[in-house]
Design a protein. Structure first.
Length: 168
């Protein structure tokens, strides 16, 4: 299984060919475990920095207002440790963008779908990276999530032969 992840990085620039489900999903798992660790650290730091700003009892409207104000304040004036984690998360997402896009294109080709659909991942990753720093419209992040989910479902399909038409 480690070989599948090594191949993920070795083939980061290879758009042609195919990738079997097992290799795709193992690489997907490793990349998302790394991302999960980053998100958990980021969430813990956000909670650490916002909690002292909230004095109201949980469940009250005052608590909700204070929590929203605290989150806004932290987002506008990000403490250095949190900023570092956000930058690391963004850099990780951008670092794996090209290899993931190529891996997805090879997987889509193996499942007999158009590999060019993987180019849409550029928009998905850019939207998610910008969402870490900017207040983007909800529909935009939702659209990116739906597109990503559609590609994931397409990658679930098994290997299929691609029918080619021979020129006469």
């Amino acid at each position: 299984m480690l070989k599948a992840y090594q191949d993920f990085w070795k083939n980061r620039t290879v758009f042609d060919g195919r990738t079997v489900r097992k290799d795709y999903w193992f690489s997907f798992l490793v990349n998302n475990v790394v991302r999960l660790v980053i998100v958990l650290v980021q969430t813990a730091l956000q909670a650490h920095f916002t909690q002292p700003m909230i004095t109201a009892k949980p469940g009250t409207t005052e608590y909700t207002k204070q929590a929203t104000d605290a989150a806004t304040s932290i987002a506008q004036h990000m403490p250095l440790p949190l900023l570092i984690v956000v930058i690391i998360g963004t850099l990780w997402s951008l670092a794996i963008l090209w290899p993931v896009m190529n891996l997805t294109a090879r997987r889509l080709r193996d499942a007999a779908f158009a590999p060019g659909l993987a180019y849409g991942l550029i928009a998905v990753y850019v939207i998610w990276a910008l969402a870490a720093f900017l207040p983007l419209p909800g529909f935009l992040t939702m659209l990116a999530a739906v597109y990503g989910l559609i590609l994931l479902v397409m990658c679930l399909f098994g290997s299929r032969e691609i029918k080619t038409v021979e020129k006469v």
